[in-house]
Write a protein that binds this ligand. Structure first.
Ligand SMILES: Cc1ncc(COP(=O)(O)O)c(C=O)c1O
Ligand SMILES: N[C@@H](CCOP(=O)(O)O)C(=O)O
Length: 486
């Protein structure tokens, strides 16, 4: 498989080349030249595989420059029930991403019912779906760096979950340092504790004034300084890195296979969305031929994506217009991976995509309302909705009382919007993107008691924390990296 940039000027690169490169030098994101097609017969032949085996089948279509036996070993090492050990009581831990069926709900027009369930993606070490890809990335980086005898300085941005997932995946890894930018004062106490209490020598936490988008802009600016990037071996772990997205494609297959008996059935997925990485992986699974009916983009009050899918107007918000919400990991107003979808949607025209996203930087967005292209979105299965704090509280209460299941605030956004798109006979999977303990105060507000806490995280908020505060200034961040990599 060869890779190209969404902005047109990069092509013919291999998986291992783009793994360490992260962002393309023209500022675009990498995508495969074509999406490998998976027939219904092949999908059915994957029934009964373990998660690690399934990951190997899917990833080998994309990472064909890694010898099969090496890739298989990496998948087996990554996806174990010992690593993904936080499954709900009653769910099968060896499934890695068990489907937790909630029940039958009445569909939107009131005519019929369908099953709704959670695709449990948050059983890994940091209790969020980011572990699904990040654990693999840690092992892939280790493999690629050892082969080339190289080192990597990862610069990342987090709104709360990518940071801890990356740090847990990379801590103690030879030749790797992690510099993680987080928005000061905007993560939950549990998320702060997960990151800032780490004491590993290769982990550097930096809190900046601003929101996630400011942190992500710094990551992109540093990556776009090609000489600095080369000299200081800068890599990325955000979903701008293709390996993050492709690893997430696997669980759409896993969720589909666990919910159906044969591949003539269709399933809809509802995805709590911020940076559009998770749902972009669903788009790719669908483009490969996985029988997905709808891909539902669920936002919180930061509803740039909902606005786009409803109107064709993409209007990225400024930092000051980005709300601090009770699903804080989705407090994102400039969704990086949206560019990957736009590339497909606009016929893979790199020059046009480059022009549009330069326009986003200068004028803040673009407008495809009243165009033929807007109609074309329907063929990709995308629909959307938004959820507010009040919706979140009501949804957490309703899922707890109907199904005796406590969900986190982001999953609640997904559940609220999923209920607006239920179709008779089409099963609905809501992606569970974090466990409730990460956002305990909102759960307590909804249910009157705190969520359960895995014993490994007992007292984590009381540990000493270490974080460097910094202005959101590219030069200051670069200097910090220089000072800590010599
Ligand atoms: C808990 C949680 N839910 C949802 C999201 C949104 O996912 P994405 O950014 O891939 O759209 C994130 C972070 O991005 C998250 O941490
Ligand atoms: N929600 C994320 C921010 C988006 O990060 P990405 O790595 O998925 O692009 C977070 O919690 O940090």
């Amino acid at each position: 498989m060869r890779y190209i940039s969404t902005r047109g000027s990069q092509q013919n690169l291999s998986f291992l080349q783009i793994l360490l490169a992260g962002l393309a030098p023209d500022g675009g994101l990498y995508l495969p030249e074509t999406y490998p097609q998976v027939s219904q017969a092949t999908v059915d032949s994957w029934r009964g595989l373990s998660y690690a085996q399934l990951a190997f089948e899917v990833l080998s279509l994309y990472a064909d420059d890694i010898p099969a036996e090496d890739l298989r070993a990496i998948c087996e090492k990554t996806y174990t029930k010992e690593v993904y050990c936080h499954a709900r009581a009653g769910d099968q831990p060896s499934d890695i991403t068990p489907v937790h069926w909630l029940g039958e709900e009445t569909v939107v027009n009131g005519q019929g019912t369908t099953s709704i369930g959670l695709l449990s993606l948050s059983n890994g070490p940091t209790l969020a779906f980011k572990d699904m890809a990040m654990q693999l990335l840690g092992n892939l980086f280790e493999y690629a760096l050892a082969r080339e005898n190289k080192e990597l300085n990862i610069l990342g941005a987090t709104s709360g979950d990518t940071g801890s997932a990356a740090e847990y995946a990379m801590r103690g890894k030879k030749g790797i340092k992690v510099f993680m930018l987080s928005p000061k004062g905007k993560m939950s106490p549990f998320q702060c504790a997960q990151m800032y209490s780490l004491t590993d020598e290769n982990i550097f936490n930096i809190a900046i004034e601003g929101v996630f988008d400011d942190a992500q802009d710094i990551v992109k600016a540093v990556s776009n300084d090609l000489s600095f990037k080369a000299e200081h071996q800068i890599g990325t772990v955000n979903s701008i890195n293709w390996a993050r997205v492709v690893a997430q494609v696997v669980y759409y297959f896993a969720g589909y296979l666990r919910s159906t008996n044969n591949s003539s059935e269709k399933v809809s997925f509802c995805v709590p969305s911020g940076n559009f990485g998770n749902v972009c992986a669903g788009h790719i699974a669908r483009m490969m031929g996985l029988p997905i009916e709808k891909l539902i983009v669920a936002t919180n009050e930061n509803d740039v994506l909902d606005e786009f899918f409803k109107t064709g107007v993409y209007r990225a918000r400024k930092s000051a217009e980005t709300f601090h919400t009770s699903s804080p990991s989705m407090d994102i107003s400039k969704a990086s991976n949206f560019e990957r979808f736009v590339f497909d949607w606009l016929g893979r025209d790199g020059a046009q995509v480059a022009k549009l996203f330069k326009q986003v930087d200068t004028t803040g967005g673009f407008d495809y309302s009243n165009t033929e292209q807007l109609q074309a979105i329907a063929q990709y299965g995308f629909v959307s909705g938004r959820s507010t704090h009040t919706d979140r509280i009501h949804t957490i209460q309703s899922v707890a009382s109907l199904y005796d299941t406590v969900i986190d605030t982001h999953t609640a956004d997904g559940m609220k919007v999923a209920r607006e798109y239920l179709t008779a006979g089409v099963k609905m999977l809501v992606l569970e993107t974090a466990l409730p303990i990460k956002f305990a105060s909102t759960i307590e507000e909804a249910l009157g008691h705190p969520p359960s806490r895995p014993s490994a995280f007992e007292g984590i908020e009381d540990l000493p924390q270490q974080v460097t505060e910094m202005a959101p200034d590219v030069q200051v961040v670069k200097q910090f990296i220089v000072d800590h990599t010599v």
